[in-house]
Write a new protein. Structure first.
Length: 163
């Protein structure tokens, strides 16, 4: 685990002590400070798992966005913040885009030893099995029947009859 140990109580909230950084980089020891080094290490782990480079780049971009947001907040890393970030994403992006961002955030959290504060993905709206514009219209059906009848194609007529 990169940051050290989870502190049981710091102002009544769980936090992580930042032991792997210099005094200059360190903030209040009770505040989790995920940083570029964490994102870079996680990306290297993703590359070792042979993920596509475009996937690694997308996850890195989303993880960095979360880290920047978290630093602006300057708050303890806890589940309520990750839920708040998810809500912010939902206000701005489509559900599929939110799920990519959450996959990146959850992956980074798991890699840094914070799997217990991962969040669930957004439920995607149900998609129609087929697109309505591809439906066969009555006019198209009658045209196909006429063409099959004109060609004296009994098989085509029988198939069309099943529609």
């Amino acid at each position: 685990m990169r940051f050290g140990r989870v502190m049981a109580a710091h102002h009544g909230r769980g936090a992580v002590q930042d032991e792997g950084r210099s005094d200059m980089e360190r903030q209040d020891p009770g505040i989790v400070c995920l940083g570029e080094a964490d994102v870079t290490a996680w990306c290297k782990a993703l590359e070792q798992r042979e993920l596509a480079s475009a996937t690694v780049e997308k996850y890195a971009r989303e993880a960095r966005r979360f880290v920047r947001w978290l630093k602006r907040r300057g708050d303890f890393l806890e589940k309520r913040l990750v839920i708040e970030y998810k809500a912010r994403l939902c206000e701005t992006f489509a559900p599929a885009t939110v799920n990519v961002a959450l996959a990146a955030v959850n992956g980074l959290l798991a890699h840094t030893g914070h799997a217990e504060i991962q969040v669930r993905r957004v439920r995607l709206p149900a998609r129609a099995y087929r697109e309505p514009e591809r439906d066969l219209t009555r006019c198209d059906y009658e045209r196909m029947l006429a063409a099959a009848d004109k060609a004296d194609d009994v098989q085509a007529l029988l198939v069309l009859e099943t529609l």
